[in-house]
Design a protein around this ligand. Structure first.
Ligand SMILES: [Zn+2]
Length: 145
């Protein structure tokens, strides 16, 4: 019975059954896919709202990380910190503080990577919000990946 008790305390990440059918995932190399899945699990375990250290993100080499960045699956926040794209939208961290932090982080990543560079990314919740609010920057924006 001790085993069942232990099982209940583990963290679980949500991966939907269409994960590999998502074109953004399908385009990745095996290393890229493995890195992405691994980072989702790490992020869940760490409960920091999808914020990850550069060291973890480079665990499978710079090329795999670059794929995720090019695919807009992860955003670089600074030299030592990365943010998984839309983490808070798909995963639920247990503490509310993590959720709040995650929202701030994602908003920051959106501002840096989308709004400031005038790139509209269809799957970004903040870009979608900006579109429905008719924000000025979108009039000059390019369609992102
Ligand atoms: Zn955005």
């Amino acid at each position: 019975m001790a085993e069942a008790e232990e099982k209940d305390r583990r963290f679980w990440a949500k991966i939907d059954v269409d994960y590999f059918d998502n074109s953004k995932i399908d385009e990745l190399s095996d290393a890229g896919q493995l890195l992405h899945l691994g980072l989702i699990l790490k992020a869940k375990k760490q409960q920091k709202g999808g914020v990850l250290s550069a060291r973890l993100c480079k665990a499978r080499g710079d090329a795999a990380l670059k794929e995720l960045m090019d695919g807009d699956l992860i955003h670089k926040m600074d030299a030592r910190t990365y943010q998984l794209h839309d983490y808070g939208k798909h995963q639920t961290d247990d503490a509310n503080i993590s959720e709040t932090r995650s929202k701030i982080g994602q908003k920051g990543a959106h501002k840096t990577n989308h709004e400031n560079r005038q790139i509209y990314v269809e799957i970004c919740g903040h870009c979608q919000q900006a579109a429905s609010d008719g924000e000025e920057w979108l009039k000059h924006a390019e369609l992102g990946p």
